[in-house]
Design a protein around this ligand. Sequence first.
Ligand SMILES: CNc1nc2c(CCNCC3CCCCC3)c3nc(N)[nH]c(=O)c3cc2[nH]1
Ligand SMILES: [Zn+2]
Length: 377
Amino acid sequence: MTTHLQPGEFSLLTQCGTARAGLLGTAHGTLETPVFMPVGTQGTVKALGPDDLAALGPRIILGNTYHLYLRPGDERVARLGGLHQFMGWNGAILTDSGGFQVFSLQGLRRIEEEGVTFQSHIDGSRHLFSPEKVVSIQRNLGSDIMMVLDECVPYGADREYTAKSLQLTTRWARRCREAHPALDRGQLLFGIVQGGFFPDLRAESARQLMEIPFDGFAIGGLSVGESRAEMLDILAHTAPLLPQDKPRYLMGVGTPRDLLDGIALGVDMFDCVLPTRNARNGTLFTSFGKTNIKLAKYAEDPAPLDPACTCYTCRTFSRAYLRHLYMARELLAYRLNTIHNIHYYLDLMRQARAAILEHRFEAFRRDILAHYEDEAT
Ligand SMILES: CNc1nc2c(CCNCC3CCCCC3)c3nc(N)[nH]c(=O)c3cc2[nH]1
Ligand SMILES: [Zn+2]
């Protein structure tokens, strides 16, 4: 029985230490948190059809503002009924503002008060992502959770730059909120905390953003090349500063270990390209750790990839077959590997949530990580 919440409603069900289990209402269904959000890039979770996705059961996926704006165009997607209809996905969709991608994909871009100007990686044309523009794009896509335009400060940026940047990010966040009235058309808007690796600047960014009525808060500026220890340190400092009664989203994170550590520190939502991207290069996440299907030892191994896994790939095929497909660069390799990796991440979240609800999260986390040889080969 899943409770139905109104868009924007967040219900904190149980806390186990600082780990949380909750429910978040959206216009396309109620999410159970903690939640992992598979990344759909150009209107598809790469290698999966919406039927595969439906079978795997995510309640929410990520859409990609930057790519869809450039091609086929957000206004075209709107004319075709919005991203849900366009891609045949009836669950929830979260879209990032695209600012991060402009920074990570583009060489040529400029940051000004007005917004970020950049050149398209497709045809070199010049574009401006202003706060108003990225809100308009996400409204056109029909995303259920929209992100503000922010500057993800590069790893290693000095204090002065970081302090100046977070002020701009706050001004942009305010403009995004003004451009999208609260819960208009059931579309949520999240703020994004910056402040780099300076605890006092993180607190300042959080304080400023919490003065604006956002439906949730993301922790940005992490998973940008820092060490695990640095990420966890900032996370431990920042997450508790955010409102107890609003969802907390850690952007771009992470490995299974990162997810469990993030949940332990009070994070509710995660997105990462690892399960989909790694599936395409043969790296698979299993109950015995990370492995790679191309290893010679799998060449005649009749066993399922992960005997503990119940996904279609593990129920149906042998390691030998999966290795064969991968070595032959058969398209089916990408689909079967992606099905498994996404299932692994979603199932890890399901188990984590059950552990929190039963007040045994710490034991669960220790047990998973004890069996999780980060570099199992
Ligand atoms: C991987 N590390 C990382 N990602 C970050 C991201 C992107 C999160 N994922 C978005 C998807 C990426 C694939 C295509 C669809 C959108 C960040 N985004 C924003 N806006 N701000 C960050 O500080 C921010 C910080 C991030 N750190
Ligand atoms: Zn599997």
